[in-house]
Design a protein around this ligand. Structure first.
Ligand SMILES: Cc1ncc(COP(=O)(O)O)c(C=O)c1O
Length: 390
């Protein structure tokens, strides 16, 4: 008996739905409803006093729950709304007009990150995007070769959103540091399903969000910054929460807080932080190592079932290169995903990849079997590989 299945009762949607989409929106824990009630109750009864009774500290206290998942120390993670905001803050710490103006990014990165990076060209940045040769993987040597003494920042998606390919953050970080560049890692698709330790890896910044493996729902993203860098970083994307004495409401240029508050901006999104806590607590209670062990077993089972069905697998096969998702290419993927949904099995489809299927700690083996059986039935038993569409 799989001990992690004891958690199923905590997730209402699992009663009626085969939930294979935790890479996109993790299932809601029932305790989250209680947290949101607590938010409303606190606001209703404590009013303005709620700020000094905990709300003002929440970007840090909730960040501490993330810190334990990603290997950061207490007070080293601040909460924001999403990754796009965090990336904007990170990139605003640099001067892009000098000779060291190159930002190297991996070709499997999430598009939102790219949009922010390319926007920096207005400030003089040169963007080098390292293409993936097959759309699935990105050999580390290609990333290493792109990093030079003109590189200021290297952006790496730890686990690629489309193919679930795991990148070697340690080696890339070592190379970046050897030429005086810093590294920002996007942990969105790893934290909560693939073990990650930002301190051991030595990454300078890490960003991510709560919507997926962390089961924290929308509206809560996180930013980690290596502590010894704090004194030299002054984000241009800032706000009054980042001030040393915010309630002095001083005009003129900001005097940054010494601690991680310096990476905040305006009023924190308090309801989202209440909503996110429950998922983080559960991931901490279980431990990511146990989630990873189960995920590797179940993703392998999915790959075996896909092979049996004759579907092309667009996810790396070696366990150490594979995150929590298995992407299978089937004929008319969007239609197949819709039909699965009609049969109460939730997955999604990504162009140039296929149907993404993600077991999480609450998934049963029977659910994997059922998903692949239904997919076979929908596409016809004789389904062979297709081009995947766009
Ligand atoms: C790797 C990765 N980064 C970022 C995002 C999303 O960014 P944001 O939090 O800005 O919506 C996603 C998915 O939505 C993702 O998979």
């Amino acid at each position: 008996m799989d001990p992690l299945l004891a958690w199923r009762d905590e997730f209402p949607i699992l009663r009626n739905t085969t939930y294979m989409i935790s890479h996109s929106l993790g299932a809601m824990p029932s305790r989250t409803a209680g947290s949101l009630r607590e938010f409303a109750e606190t606001w209703a009864t404590r009013g303005i006093r709620a700020w000094e009774e905990g709300w003002w500290q929440m970007p840090i206290t909730v960040g501490n729950l993330i810190g334990r998942i990603i290997g950061a120390g207490a007070g080293e993670v601040v909460m924001h709304q999403n990754v796009s905001v965090c990336q904007t803050i990170v990139t605003s710490c640099f001067d892009w007009s000098g000779p060291r103006n190159v930002l190297v990014t991996d070709g499997l990165n999430f598009p939102s990150n790219d949009y922010i990076y390319y926007g920096l060209r207005r400030q003089g940045a040169e963007i080098v995007s390292v293409p993936s040769p097959d759309g699935i993987t990105l050999p580390t040597e290609l990333m290493l070769a792109a990093i030079t003494d003109r590189t200021q920042l290297v952006s790496v998606s730890h686990v690629a959103f489309r193919s679930s390919f795991v990148q070697d953050l340690a080696v890339i970080t070592e190379r970046a540091h050897s030429v005086g560049a810093l590294v920002v890692a996007d942990l969105y698709q790893s934290a909560g399903t693939v073990p990650v330790n930002v301190r051991e890896l030595g990454v300078d910044f890490a960003v991510g969000g709560s919507v997926k493996w962390l089961c924290g729902g929308p509206g809560a993203g996180y930013l980690y910054v290596r502590r010894d860098l704090w004194p030299r970083l002054q984000p241009a994307a800032t706000g009054w929460s980042a001030h040393r004495t915010p309630f002095a409401f001083a005009a003129g240029p900001i005097d940054f807080a010494d601690d991680a508050y310096r990476f905040l901006n305006g009023t924190p999104a308090i309801p989202a932080l209440y909503s996110a806590r429950g998922g983080y607590q559960i991931i901490n209670e279980i431990g990511v190592d146990r989630i990873r062990a189960k995920s590797l077993r179940q993703t392998q089972r999915l790959i075996d079932l896909a092979d049996e069905a004759g579907f092309r697998v667009n996810t790396p096969r070696p366990a150490e290169e594979r995150g929590g998702v298995v992407t299978v290419d089937v004929p008319d993927g969007p239609q197949a995903a819709r039909e699965l949904e009609r049969r109460e099995i939730l997955v999604d489809y990504r162009p140039r990849a296929g149907i993404r299927i993600a077991p999480h700690f609450y998934t049963t083996d029977e659910e994997l079997d059922r998903t692949m059986e239904e997919l076979r039935a929908i596409t016809g038993d004789s389904a062979l590989t297709s081009a995947g569409g766009d």
